[in-house]
Design a protein around this ligand. Structure first.
Ligand SMILES: *[C@@H]1O[C@H](CO)[C@@H](O)[C@H](O)[C@H]1NC(C)=O
Ligand SMILES: *[C@@H]1O[C@H](CO)[C@@H](O)[C@H](O)[C@H]1NC(C)=O
Ligand SMILES: *[C@@H]1O[C@H](CO)[C@@H](O)[C@H](O)[C@H]1NC(C)=O
Ligand SMILES: *[C@@H]1O[C@H](CO)[C@@H](O)[C@H](O)[C@H]1NC(C)=O
Ligand SMILES: *[C@@H]1O[C@H](CO)[C@@H](O)[C@H](O)[C@H]1NC(C)=O
Ligand SMILES: *[C@@H]1O[C@H](CO)[C@@H](O)[C@H](O)[C@H]1NC(C)=O
Ligand SMILES: *[C@@H]1O[C@H](CO)[C@@H](O)[C@H](O)[C@H]1NC(C)=O
Ligand SMILES: *[C@@H]1O[C@H](CO)[C@@H](O)[C@H](O)[C@H]1NC(C)=O
Ligand SMILES: *[C@@H]1O[C@H](CO)[C@@H](O)[C@H](O)[C@H]1NC(C)=O
Ligand SMILES: *[C@@H]1O[C@H](CO)[C@@H](O)[C@H](O)[C@H]1NC(C)=O
Ligand SMILES: *[C@@H]1O[C@H](CO)[C@@H](O)[C@H](O)[C@H]1NC(C)=O
Ligand SMILES: *[C@@H]1O[C@H](CO)[C@@H](O)[C@H](O)[C@H]1NC(C)=O
Length: 806
């Protein structure tokens, strides 16, 4: 409409307006605000390489820093050991995937093959500072070998472009001698954690094709998986081929098996190599297809997806895919700092790296359903990643829900964590129940078999699996009879770590609430009542007279003071008596790292009883009464944030930022959202507070900055002002656009308190809204001011609780 208006006007003024308008349009390039390198040091463990949204192929340069290589690359000064084709992003487990790295060399000193570098240790090379380029669908870095490396991907294939220095023949390499220009590229039968137990590689001396497969271990789970690759090269005449083991290589034989010998663990490094005559344009392209099915399938994937080695074409297709994915959001960013725009868009980008679409690549069962993997982990992702994907990409969320249900169909349980076709470790409850309920309530329906979906969540609640360390729940007998997980539980029905009795109890209670919601919507009232009753079980571990001393390290070094708050979740035994765990244990103030998933963990997982006492999303009304009413609750929740008891780098901390809404203080939710962003989430390389956990931290900033925080598992979004003058999201199912707009926006964020709101022009007093806003579209307009107001504070304005609104 605007455009045709311009066309009807003649003259210079109109012309310059057109030019300006198109400049303005060109000026916004979302890629200017996506920095994949955020979180590549400081434990973020972000994968910054080339990937498609939810793609299986993820190519990047792998480094050798054991603390930072989880996602492959790290933006530190560590050495680069290879280029591999699959990764997981942001994990807290061991380094993941990184199988079959390849590595290019300009030539071998003295033209003697054994003078090339074969093992990870020997070939490790410095990067040249300032040469890393990371953007959606593309990654590049130069090595100190003078080779400039670039990579891009399709769904199952990585494409590398190795650029050799044109004057290579004169480069002196590690003082050994002058290098002849005869590039060698090796493949290493290993992965990032060197978990390979056996593998095989072969090289076709006529075509130069390298193929192989191996058996590896998952990075945070049990079992093992097989993976295959298929590498082809283009750009230079083939000179010779062979295999290598340890640091010795030969051109015979053309095939090598790597098996565990029982002594060397991991087995001795080994692989294959290919050598070329000088490439006429100093470039060699390497195309590496991967497959969980077979080497044949890996080759087919590569041939089908990248028939002609056209690097620029593949790269621009990848970038188009990303632009299209991100285009559902539109922000008016007038006045907003580049830093915050970068935090917003980079977080959104990272939310779409995983889960990974392995449809057609699942060797475990035959099915016509989609298969996604790298749910790493649902304990992290149920809170904000899946609710965000439901908004931005309901089609992918639908396929993910179908794949979760199909995993239940074939493995007997929904996963809580899953990677590389293996069962991952369960950290608390069976939180796929929350993902399913959330999707069920938000119109994720297309071809979803909800009958089986419901059966799956009921199975979590009713049937204890043999190994509840990797699926379902433990302690179900006590859960059903006593109504809590006893700290000294007697459970001969399955195995798993007998820890986390408090955090498992509150998560199981919330899982049961989510099942009750589904039961109710499906008209199964008996189940709805049963699970609603169990959702109250959190109360059974609440010890009303428990006090809490906290250390006050800042003001009084090494002293403890009475926090003044009474009533916390506490360990409870089979006989009904309470035990004791310091409520601040495992908070940043006291033994922060003592509650991990190990046999001597405590009764709360990766956090304190202080924090878990707030985890009653199903019935905040009763929790608030229990803790002494809205004022006292507000004081306690503010103290949780301000005292240093809460660590925002772990996902359980997200919801407490916004729970002030339930006490009629939506303004404090906005206040504490700004308390953490950008101080803990910024655009630096270390700008993520904890492990990104497949984008969980990214989804936290996106949703916080959009202004509607989803309570996962409920059709409830808590309203705070966006960090922008306005944010719009177009729903791909309905085609409708929903806009949240601030009046009196100021980019200094003094005006963060809502004074009044309208929805499509009508006054809107509730401090929460439902998913229908996103589906139906419309405008939610928020008028802002410098002080908290009466808006959203009345009883009838508060979000629902099971005890008050059913
Ligand atoms: C490259 O940068 C790192 C810091 O990231 C620094 O330690 C190193 O000395 C730099 N190397 C060169 C060659 O400048
Ligand atoms: C490149 O980096 C590696 C690893 O730090 C080092 O051993 C090697 O000497 C460097 N090579 C050159 C040419 O500087
Ligand atoms: C890549 O996979 C996505 C689904 O994850 C699919 O929508 C897309 O069409 C695939 N791309 C190509 C080129 O096959
Ligand atoms: C190779 O060429 C580059 C660019 O022309 C030059 O900077 C470099 O010094 C040359 N290297 C050698 C070893 O001659
Ligand atoms: C390479 O040679 C230079 C000059 O002779 C010398 O200073 C340097 O220490 C040598 N480096 C290595 C790794 O031997
Ligand atoms: C899937 O079907 C194929 C073809 O019928 C068969 O060869 C294969 O064994 C089946 N895989 C599984 C895991 O059942
Ligand atoms: C506090 O405790 C630490 C570790 O126990 C000790 O090093 C430090 O000296 C103590 N500080 C004071 C003021 O007592
Ligand atoms: C209950 O069991 C706990 C843990 O075994 C024990 O310490 C406590 O003394 C028992 N209480 C009673 C009243 O038996
Ligand atoms: C706290 O950590 C210290 C040092 O690791 C350990 O000795 C102590 O047992 C821990 N306390 C608890 C309650 O876990
Ligand atoms: C520590 O003491 C100071 C001064 O009394 C107080 O402001 C602060 O809130 C206290 N911190 C905690 C964690 O109680
Ligand atoms: C950026 O975020 C990191 C991680 O939370 C934090 O440690 C750092 O202090 C922040 N930097 C700035 C400049 O705010
Ligand atoms: C719900 O999803 C279906 C299928 O994608 C779509 O046809 C329908 O319009 C959606 N409902 C609403 C209210 O948007």
């Amino acid at each position: 409409m605007r455009q045709s208006g311009f066309r009807s006007i003649v003259g210079l003024v109109a012309l310059s307006a057109v030019v300006e308008a198109s400049n303005e349009k060109r000026a916004f390039d979302v890629f200017n605000f996506v920095d994949p390198l955020i979180g590549t040091i400081n434990g973020g463990h972000v994968f910054p390489g080339a990937t498609l949204p939810f793609g299986m192929a993820k190519a990047v340069a792998d480094v050798n820093n054991p603390d930072e290589k989880q996602g492959g690359f790290a933006a530190d000064n560590s050495d680069i050991t290879g280029f591999s084709h699959m990764h997981d992003s942001g994990t807290g487990g061991s380094p993941s995937l990184g199988n079959f790295p390849i590595f290019p060399q300009t030539g071998c000193a003295g033209d003697i093959i054994n003078n090339c570098f074969f093992t990870k240790d020997e070939r490790a090379s410095r990067r040249i500072n300032g040469t890393v380029v990371a953007k959606p669908g593309y990654f590049a870095v130069s090595l100190n070998t003078s080779i400039h490396t670039e990579m891009t991907v399709t769904n199952h294939t990585a494409l590398y472009r190795f650029n050799f220095p044109s004057n290579s023949s004169t480069i002196s390499y590690q003082n050994r001698t002058t290098l002849p220009y005869s590039p060698l590229i090796l493949v290493d039968l290993t992965d990032l954690p060197d978990s390979i137990t056996n593998g095989v590689v072969q090289v076709d001396q006529t075509t130069g094709r390298l193929t192989g497969s191996g058996t590896f271990n998952p990075s945070f789970g049990i079992g093992n998986y097989n993976l295959s690759f298929c590498a082809d090269f283009s750009g230079a005449p083939l000179r010779d081929t062979g295999v290598w083991i340890n640091n010795r290589a030969g051109s015979q034989p053309k095939m090598l098996k790597r098996v565990a010998d029982g002594v060397n663990s991991p087995p001795l490094p080994a692989g294959a190599w290919i050598q070329f005559h000088p490439p006429p344009n100093n470039q060699i392209l390497a195309r590496v297809g991967v497959s969980f099915i077979s080497t044949e399938k890996a080759c087919q994937n590569a041939e089908a997806e990248i028939p002609d080695f056209g690097f620029d074409k593949v790269q621009s297709a990848a970038q188009d895919t990303w632009r299209e994915k991100l285009s559902v959001i539109e922000v008016d960013a007038t006045g907003v700092s580049e830093e915050l725009q970068t935090v917003f868009w980079s977080g959104t980008y990272r939310s779409m790296i995983s889960p990974q679409d392995y449809t057609g690549e699942n060797p475990l069962w035959n099915s016509t359903e989609p298969y996604y993997d790298s749910y790493y982990c649902i304990w992290d992702s149920f809170r904000s990643i899946h609710p965000l994907l439901t908004l931005l990409d309901p089609q992918s969320q639908t396929l993910m829900v179908r794949s979760l249900i199909d995993i239940y169909r074939h493995e007997g349980k929904l996963p809580d964590c899953r990677m590389s076709l293996c069962k991952g470790f369960t950290q608390g409850g069976s939180n796929a129940d929350v993902v399913l309920a959330d999707s069920y309530l938000k119109n994720i329906t297309t071809e979803v078999d909800w009958k089986t979906g419901y059966e799956a969540v009921v199975s979590d609640a009713e049937d204890e699996p043999e190994n509840w360390a990797v699926e379902g729940r433990g302690g179900l007998t006590s859960w059903k009879t006593l109504g809590y997980i006893p700290t000294d539980d007697y459970d001969p029905y399955g195995v798993g770590p007998f820890t986390r009795s408090i955090s498992r109890t509150v998560e199981y209670a919330y899982n049961d609430f989510c099942i009750a919601e589904m039961a109710q919507a499906l008209g199964n009232m008996a189940d709805a009542e049963k699970y609603m009753a169990r959702s109250n079980n959190w109360m059974n571990m609440y010890k009303a007279d428990q006090t809490s001393l906290v250390s006050n390290t800042t003001d009084f070094p090494n002293s403890t003071v009475d926090s003044g708050f009474v009533g916390f979740l506490q360990p409870r035994y089979l006989n009904g008596t309470f035990g004791f765990q310091d409520p601040s244990l495992c908070s940043p103030l006291y033994n922060f790292t003592s509650c991990y998933l190990n046999p001597d963990g405590h009764e709360t997982y990766e956090g304190s009883s202080w924090m878990y006492t707030f985890f009653v999303p199903q019935d905040m009304a009763t929790l608030i009464t229990t803790l002494g009413g809205p004022e006292e609750f507000t004081r306690r929740l503010s103290y949780l944030h301000a005292s240093g008891l809460l660590y925002i780098g772990d996902e359980q901390a997200f919801l407490p930022v916004f729970q002030f809404h339930y006490a009629g203080r939506p303004g404090l939710s906005a206040y504490f959202s700004h308390f953490y962003i950008p101080s803990q989430f910024n655009d630096t390389l270390s700008g993520i507070a904890g492990n990104d956990d497949s984008g969980a931290m990214g989804s936290f900033t996106t949703l916080s900055m959009m202004g509607l925080w989803p309570v996962p598992g409920q059709d409830v979004y808590l309203i705070t002002p966006p960090y922008f003058p306005s944010v719009s999201v177009t729903n791909k199912q309905s085609g409708k656009t929903a806009m949240i707009k601030n009046v009196n926006f100021d980019a200094g964020y003094d005006n963060i308190y809502i004074q009044g709101a309208t929805l499509n022009g009508d006054s809107y007093a509730k401090n929460w809204i439902t998913h229908s806003f996103w589906l139906d579209g419309g405008v939610l307009e928020l008028t802002l001011g410098k002080n908290e107001s009466a808006w959203g504070t009345r009883e009838e304005d508060l979000p629902p609780s099971s005890s008050t609104s059913g």
